[in-house]
Design a binder for this molecule. Sequence first.
Ligand SMILES: [Zn+2]
Length: 318
Amino acid sequence: MSSPVSSQAHFVGIHLSGDTLRSAIVSGDGTLVDRREFPLDREKLMEQVVRTVTDLRNLAPNFQSVGVAIPGLVNRITDQVVDSRELPATVREDLHAEFMNLTGLRFELENDANAAAYGEYQVGAGRGAQDMFYMSIGDGIGGAIILDGKPWTGTSGLAGEVGHITIDAEGVECVCGNTGCLETVASAPNIVRRANERLDRDSTSSLSRLALNKEFTASDVAHEARNGDDFALMMIERTGKYIGTGVASVINLLNIERVVLGGGVMEAGDLILNPIIKEAQRRAFQPCFEATEILLATLGSDAGAIGAALLARDAQIT
Ligand SMILES: [Zn+2]
């Protein structure tokens, strides 16, 4: 346990994912002063959030508000989670009220991609930009748009669903009901699926180190690519081409100043970023491409919790 932080104002962010609860305490200027990570017990979600907040209060007694990043559709006007495939336990009418009643603190709920985007925008790779598009590429692909310093969430809170833009009209079926979405080729499980399919039908690729490990993950693909495995490198580059195709559409549509790419798949770093930039340049309208910076996110898996804390900070001001 760290020692209590100073008595200046602090803000707490909590990021709930399907299996993990991450928390962050940030100071008023956005500096991260404490981070934690626990396995999430979905059956005891409410108790776990309240207990986390209570524990953090011992560490930073002087905070009044908490931001919670949730993997689902969040209505910021009614403070309700309308839908969450990943964490259905958050879809309950009294979630926001219960959080406040049980802790006596003000709570802000936000979609996790929007929260992570806000974190990157304020203190990460988006710092200094006016407008930014954020894309998170992990088990799924999410996105968020920040215009003039505020998340722009569209007419019903769904803007930024870049994972469901069509990349391959003849492609495989997506969880959303469409076929050939970006997510069906570039999310972590789909990188593994594509690699396995190719290993099955191509005898030369079976010489790849990936073929030795039948249960490999997307981070194994990135790891082998870094170690010079040709097949793994090709899979990462092709994935980068798909993502770059999506980024080109975003650039053409928004003429946005900065595109920030985060999530587990981007941990492959330049190996994936370079093919993304190359493909975006090849496909985007040139003047739009030239006006855009495409960068790796810098906050890692803490982006959602940090962003949620900063949303709590800024909601308090307005
Ligand atoms: Zn889809």
